[in-house]
Design a binder for this molecule. Structure first.
Ligand SMILES: NC(=O)CC[C@H](N)C(=O)O
Length: 309
């Protein structure tokens, strides 16, 4: 394999003059306070080697990247039955859009837009109090990353609870269509806390390594999902992981990936490595501007695109 540390260093050198590009998410007040001049990246290969550059150890709000972990939990609970509650098609609209929900009778397009993720949280809550569902997710992510130090940033969760008007609208709408079983404030309590998971690039790359390695984490020996399920989660990330920027991300990067408005992007090179990059400045569709640029460089310099080198 090419010298990955040299490639990461070259990406960092090319990104450095651009650090600060993009706009931090300011609709969640706590996220608006984050210094945009940060950039980190980590790669964990399936043979357990770790490569890091920049602020790879700084914890950030993973936001929508949590939707991948929640989806994994929900599929574990109800299997393919999940697809009665949420679709598997790209939405072609913003992550917090409400327009399709009415046309499609309260069934969100996919598990990675907000409406879909809220429905997935409702599924994970079955038989649990909200606090227990949050605890289950936190335990799961710590187990995946093999790192007990991962926490949830309560300030971020509170900040979003106070200002998440659109998410309340989406959840109320779905509840009216009977696509939420639990009270809206309980489901959103879970959703806002999952989004407030605070992780570094390295922790994130470790937690998602099972998706690069046919469902098992080769560094811990933990078997998380079947190879088929890992493949399918990757397919959903490739087609839906970047909202209305999913096509563009596939075009430029060519890896399954999931972004979050905290500026993180998690990506998978199947059979090779998992990657996490973070830089808080976002592009117009809410994806990390420099994160996407760095992943494009990585794919070009390694030949890791799933579409060929
Ligand atoms: N794209 C995102 O990361 C959105 C997540 C954010 N918590 C929201 O619901 O708006």
């Amino acid at each position: 394999m090419a010298d990955l540390q040299a490639i990461l260093d070259s990406i960092y050198a090319d990104i450095q003059p651009r650090i600060g590009e993009g706009k931090v998410a300011d609709y969640i007040p706590e996220l608006a306070k984050v210094d945009p001049k940060q950039f980190g990246m980590a790669i964990v290969t399936v043979d357990g080697k770790v490569y890091r550059v920049g602020d790879a150890d700084t914890a950030f709000s993973i936001q929508s990247i949590s939707k991948v972990f929640m989806l994994t939990l929900a599929l574990g609970k109800v299997g393919e039955g999940l697809w009665k509650r949420v679709g598997r098609e790209p939405s072609g609209s913003a992550f917090n859009s409400i327009v399709q929900l009415e046309h499609e009778s309260g069934i969100p397009r996919n598990p990675f837009i907000n409406a879909g993720a809220i429905a997935v949280s409702d599924v994970v809550m079955a038989g649990h109090a909200p606090r227990e569902a949050i605890g289950e997710l936190l335990r799961f992510v710590r187990y995946l990353a093999d790192d007990e130090s991962i926490t949830i940033d309560d300030k971020v969760a509170r900040s979003e609870t106070q200002t998440g008007y659109r998410n309340f609208a989406l959840a109320n709408f779905m509840r009216a269509y009977r696509n939420l079983d639990h009270p809206v404030d309980h489901v959103l309590g879970v959703y806002f806390h999952q989004c407030a998971l605070s992780m570094s690039c390295e922790q994130l790359a470790r937690a998602g390594l099972f998706l690069a390695a046919r469902g098992s984490n080769p560094t811990t020996g933990h078997s998380v999902v079947s190879p088929k399920r890992a493949r399918r989660i990757n397919a959903l990330m490739l087609t839906c992981g970047h909202y209305d920027g999913s096509g563009d991300f596939a075009y430029h990067v060519g890896l399954p990936g999931k972004s979050g408005v905290g500026g993180g992007i998690f990506a998978v090179a199947p059979g090779i490595a998992s990657i996490a990059v973070w830089s808080p400045g976002l592009n117009k569709v809410g994806n990390s501007q420099l994160g996407a640029a760095a992943l494009e460089m990585l794919a070009a310099r390694t030949g890791w695109s799933v579409f060929g080198d």
